[in-house]
Design a protein. Structure first.
Length: 307
């Protein structure tokens, strides 16, 4: 049996994130498997897979920043905002220079408003938007505030652009590309998309898609990393074994026992360790440390990274 932990997968094209999860559940023979942020079937790249008790960290993983390499095809709009959809309009592409493209891209850096695409997993009226879209039903979607940290032009080979996107959680690259296309005066869609980073995890450390498809359980088990790598961006707190036992039973740890951390006024999520084991997520505040999302003790799982 594979222990709790995280497996970095390089998702191939044409499969859903759920299909990758279902495949690994069968191969690894573990009932609790989840992923750290959906990738569209068209998209490839980094898909963190959470196993066993590590699935409790899903929310903390999905909320981390992400980075993509996107190929935008200008002049053609589609209903899905990517190459899998039906063409909804075509316009000529102006003779744009790289400098002109960069000037437009700069307008989309920072906090922006973005309307989620109809072909997305967002719920509306108890159904997912993509289900409504496939039934021919379009609904109003309120714009959302998202953050684009960086939007870098890698290549300008009209009618295509290659861009690097570093963004916050909840950003739809398909919508971003469509909006950039409109700002350039010709529309556009995502022709190819690769996710290269989730938080501190990078694509170069992921298990290649052909290896995942082979389904060698032993080989994949050897690539499972400690669960705390999913939340390595959080500050770490190390407790005495006794304090760790109390926290595991739902009891708070007072500030007097937290001499090595800076207690702020606002609650802050943190990684918690005791006796060399990762316990899960705690909440630090001026009142001390409280449990937020703890994993069950399981000494057979991979050892945690150093805090």
């Amino acid at each position: 049996m594979v222990s709790d932990g995280i497996l970095l997968a390089d998702k191939g094209p044409g499969v859903t994130s759920f299909q990758v999860v279902a495949h690994l559940r069968r191969v690894l023979r573990i009932p609790k498997v989840g992923h750290g942020g959906t990738l569209d079937p068209l998209a490839t790249g980094l898909l963190p897979i959470l196993l066993g008790e590590a699935t409790k960290l899903t929310g903390h993983l999905q909320g981390q920043d992400k980075e993509y390499l996107a190929t935008a095809r200008l002049g053609v709009a589609t209903d899905t905002l990517d190459a899998t959809g039906a063409v909804t309009g075509e316009r000529p592409v102006p003779a744009l220079s790289a400098e002109q493209v960069r000037a437009v891209l700069d307008r989309f850096v920072g906090e922006i408003e973005q309307v989620p695409p109809m072909y997305s997993a967002i719920h509306a009226g108890g159904r997912r938007l993509h289900e409504l879209a496939r039934a021919g039903i379009a609904v109003e979607r309120a714009p959302r505030r998202v953050r684009v940290h960086e939007l870098e032009l890698i290549e300008c080979a009209l009618p295509c652009l290659r861009v690097r996107v570093a963004c916050g959680s909840g950003t739809y690259v398909r919508s971003l590309v469509a909006d950039v296309g409109e700002a350039l005066g010709c529309g556009g869609h995502v022709e190819a998309l690769v996710r290269t980073r989730v938080g501190r995890m990078r694509l170069e450390d992921a298990v290649p898609w052909p290896v995942l498809q082979q389904g060698d359980a032993a080989a994949l088990a050897g690539r499972v990393q400690p669960a705390d790598r999913a939340v390595a961006h959080l500050p770490a707190v190390t407790l005495t074994p006794e304090a760790g036992r109390r926290l595991a039973h739902g009891q708070p740890v007072p500030p007097s026992e937290l001499t090595t951390v800076d207690l702020g006024v606002a609650p802050t999520a943190c990684r918690v360790y005791a006796a060399g084991e990762f316990l899960g997520i705690g909440e630090l505040s001026a009142q001390g440390l409280r449990p937020r999302r703890l994993l069950h003790a399981d000494r057979s799982r991979p050892r945690s990274i150093s805090s």
